[in-house]
Design a protein around this ligand. Structure first.
Ligand code: COA
Length: 146
């Protein structure tokens, strides 16, 4: 069974918030980025998320989460790849992320650790950067190719 990966809509917000809470990820501000949020669905239930906050040619990849019982089946990787494809289609060149627990998950997609000072100033002003994620979170960056 391979879950479909499809865009989120406003009606999905409660299920997204529930999955983020269960995954211990920040929820603040996600409602402002539903138009660039992807979902994995099984039987119309949400079992995975990946969201982009778009800031011109830069973006923040956030809310990459897979429900516990669907982990380890490639879904997190599929959501991440789909989000990076979406970023490319929206003209993004550089994608940033913050993570406290998955620093070893993201290098396979081209992400490398950087310092906060190296982050695009628009991305640094996002809720996730200023309030939602602790200062101890690892910051990573990937440069997208065509
Ligand atoms: C991180 C997460 C999205 C991965 O989802 P998943 O569907 O289990 O991932 P996949 O099945 O695609 O895993 C692919 C690989 O990543 C590895 N992996 C999974 N979670 C990992 C983690 N937290 N750290 C390091 N590696 C991880 C798997 O072992 C697997 O390795 P393999 O290909 O060598 O076997 C999921 O563990 C999760 O929801 N975690 C909680 C939320 C979180 O921390 N999100 C990241 C910050 S935004």
């Amino acid at each position: 069974m391979t879950p479909d990966i499809t865009p989120a809509g406003p009606a999905d917000l409660p299920a997204i918030l529930e999955l983020l809470a269960a995954s211990k990820l920040p929820r603040a501000g996600i409602e402002d980025h539903l138009a660039s949020t992807l979902l994995a669905r099984v039987d119309s239930g949400v079992v995975g998320t990946a969201a982009l906050e778009l800031y011109g040619s830069a973006a923040l990849l956030r809310s990459v989460a897979v429900a516990t019982r669907f982990q380890g089946q490639g879904l997190g990787a599929a959501l991440t790849v789909a989000a990076l494809d979406l970023a490319r289609h929206r003209g993004v060149r550089t994608v940033y992320l913050l993570t406290e627990t998955a620093g070893r998950f993201f290098p396979r997609f081209g992400f490398r650790p950087i310092t906060r000072a190296d982050v695009d100033v628009a991305v640094r002003g996002s809720t996730e950067f200023t309030t939602a994620c602790p200062a101890s979170a690892l910051v990573m960056r990937a440069e997208l190719t065509e």
